[in-house]
Design a protein. Structure first.
Length: 178
């Protein structure tokens, strides 16, 4: 089976401004890598913590929940700390909870990535230098800084999820076939 080039090399989203397109492509690549390496894992494997490291399920939940928070900050049209909703704050506190099923984790992940891509595409190149603040301390950044961090942060956790999946799979296989 022939493999496609990475999303950024496919000539897609050509009407989207370059920086925003790069963010969208990073999110698409994350989705493809997670589907390839993590979707085959069962619920036990998604929640496994070899050597005490964060489980794959955490990384998938954290990716989409942090995208939601970062995009909330980017969408805020006023300076001063953006207000996260009570649901966002509750979701933040439960990212490391164990026991989520494969269906729950992947449903949230897929919907979250699709929604993040949609939200990124609502920005324009003119928005990128607009100042924003983040967190309770109101740390200064810009719309562009937040969007680039969406891509960077997503790729970082995708790498961790994929690496964890590659470690877990042979451990579970050897336990099932002694």
């Amino acid at each position: 089976m022939a493999t496609q080039p990475e999303p950024w090399l496919r000539g897609t989203h050509t009407v989207t401004p370059a920086v925003l397109r790069a963010v969208v492509h990073a999110l698409e690549l994350a989705r493809e890598d997670i589907e390839k390496w993590c979707a085959p894992l069962n619920g036990e494997a998604l929640n496994a913590r070899p050597a005490g490291i964060a489980p794959v399920a955490f990384h998938l939940r954290h990716i989409v929940r942090s995208l939601d928070r970062l995009l909330t900050y980017a969408e805020c049209n006023q300076l001063g700390p953006a207000q996260l909703s009570p649901a966002q704050l509750t979701a933040l506190k439960t990212e490391l909870d164990l026991g989520a099923t494969h269906a729950e984790v992947f449903s949230e992940f897929r919907k979250g990535i699709d929604e993040a891509i949609r939200r990124v595409q609502t920005f324009s190149a003119a928005d990128l230098n607009e100042p924003r603040s983040i967190g309770r301390k109101g740390l200064p950044t810009s719309v562009g800084g937040l969007l680039v961090h969406c891509a960077d942060h997503t790729q970082r956790h995708t790498g961790q999820a994929v690496t964890t999946a590659k470690i877990i799979q042979p451990i579970l296989e050897s336990a099932q076939n002694p």
